[in-house]
Design a protein around this ligand. Sequence first.
Ligand code: MLT
Ligand code: ZN
Length: 455
Amino acid sequence: MSLLEQLAAAVGERNVLTGDLVAGYDRDWTGAWHGDPRAVVRPATTDEVAAVVAACAQAGVPLVPQGGNTGLVGAASPSDGEVVLSTTRLRAVGVPDPGTGTVEAEAGATLEAVQTAARSAGLELGVDLASRGTATIGGVLATNAGGARVLRHGTTRTQVLGLEAVLADGTVVTRMNGLPKDNTGYDLVQLLVGSEGTLGVLTRALLRLSPRPAARAAALLALEDAASAVAVAGALRSVPGLDALEFYTAAGLDLVLAAGRARTPFADAAPVHVLAEAVGPDADVLAEALAEALEELPGLQDAALATSETDRARLWALRESHTEVLAPLEPVKLDVAVPLVALASFLERLPEVVAAVAPGVTPVPFGHLAEGNVHVNLPGARPFDVDGAVTDAVLGLVASYSGSISAEHGIGRAKRRWLHLGRSAADVAAMRAVKQALDPAGLLSPGRVLPDPLA
Ligand code: MLT
Ligand code: ZN
């Protein structure tokens, strides 16, 4: 039996897509990463996933797991000849359990579906991304996505209590008992979280939920420079229930306003804007606490407070619209982090570093201020980055501050050449040993995360 026949036997003929039917699965949404997959296969259960993986293993055909395909580093977009294992039919979300503060979800469930289920039970999932309507739990876990709520909840891995995955030979590993204490052997769950499809295909997860806050209040601040934005992080640390601290600059705001995606509450444009949000029992008390903490803030030009859902959504739209309004400009996108103390210096030096390798390109930075996480978007830089010169310059600047070359988007295919800027040779060797042990034939998402051995 051919591989395609085996796959059809495993998932049903209508769930093995080839030819034009692979459209949408064959490239990422930015268009930067695409390939010609051998087929797209859509299993509906963990057993079907296992059968697909085993068939590909037996045939020696590489396979890439794919959820919502919202990734930004080419991890889930196929290289030529790969089989795309789409998890979009694994969509079940369990009933949240207020007693244990947990919920089960299959890998293909969207982040939004899990958030909605949690809210219906008076709970909340501590992960939130602008792509919540399309990003799937499997992809969010495989990336160890960050998002806007890391400040209070930690990254995705902090929310993962259990996992089920299919390993490279089709073996199913299940650790879903949800026991708060279970120190029995290596932590395969945490090893698989953030492995970007290279160590296993995630099929199901047990997620931690927390009580849903009674109220939220947000403050948008117009600031005269990046140093003032960093000062906000210090000033607000004392605010109980601080839940998010985001930033964007005038360059991104101009694009958002020009696209008509949101309206700014300020008459004058400021160089930098910070969006803060806090949670607690009473929205007005929260707003007062935010206002009080910002009273003496140097460089504060203007501020807008929001306590209603509608007003908060208006402020968040200014920040969350950045990705979509930038996408048509096909920017080079570099998700990085630097120590907060170095953030102002990094942002100030970035334009000159970029101009040296990409004349005329103006950076559009935005991101998660609390973690020093900057999404460096460089519209018009792609032609200058064909050989990686722009990526080299920016990641080199990040490394000079002992920063991270990938704060939350992962490495994928985009950054494997630069892994050495953030990981020692010993560290990379240990990662290779793990990859060799779990995927000796190198069939799971080859060419992602780890650099080529001779590189
Ligand atoms: C965001 O923070 O908006 C997301 O990481 C997406 C992006 O960086 O474009
Ligand atoms: Zn982000």
